[in-house]
Design a protein around this ligand. Sequence first.
Ligand code: SF4
Length: 246
Amino acid sequence: MIAAPPENALTEKALAIHRRLCGVYGCPIPYFHDLDPVSELISSLLSHRTRNADSGRAFKALRARFNDWDSLIEAPTDEVQALISGVTWPELKAPRIQAVLRAVRERAGSLDLAFLRDLPVPEARAWLEAIPGVGPKTSAAVLSFSGLRMPALPVDSHHHRVAQRTGLIGAKVDVGPAHAILRAQLPADWDAQKLYDNHEVLMLHGQRCCFYRNPACGGCAVLDLCPTGQARTGARATRESAALHP
Ligand code: SF4
């Protein structure tokens, strides 16, 4: 059995991958949203297993139809489902979005999550994840992507795949538990932008190079740090990658 690398070795590797990919994709990465946290929550719930363009269209349709998110809670679920029909599983997401918003309103007193800014990140995440239907990716997305701009690390399927192939997490670690493991490998004092950059560059790498099928290992900037890529390509390409991306 191969022993797992020690924790500090994984931290060094995580930082090396971060630096290398920031060099490729350009950090700091501009934020793609500036939504209030409740709107970001809805956007995140829509985006699960859905292309960005489709979830973006669904979000715009909800915005155009409802003057405020309280009206979405009271609307017939069939109508909400029809408005978001372009996303995956609209029949599940429509009632879930309404239930999650209802829970926020009951627990916070109104549809306003600005108070989360005053909580430490672990407490803010726990508050959100106490709502059925809100998992680690959604809680991190609300804190990081919204106007709250808090230091939380979301992990999507691309980020997760790159982390697994490079050995930052084990092959059997699911996306949910990966959030805490990958966050712990990065400096505790990293600010929101740095954690956002880390998520974005690993996600972009999954989209543009480390494809689900046939990853482009030969031209990968982290080939020399990646056991999966080394097994696929052999040592020669590994040496070339280290020389090209010092
Ligand atoms: S070397 Fe291959 S498997 Fe490893 S991160 Fe790069 S593209 Fe993905």
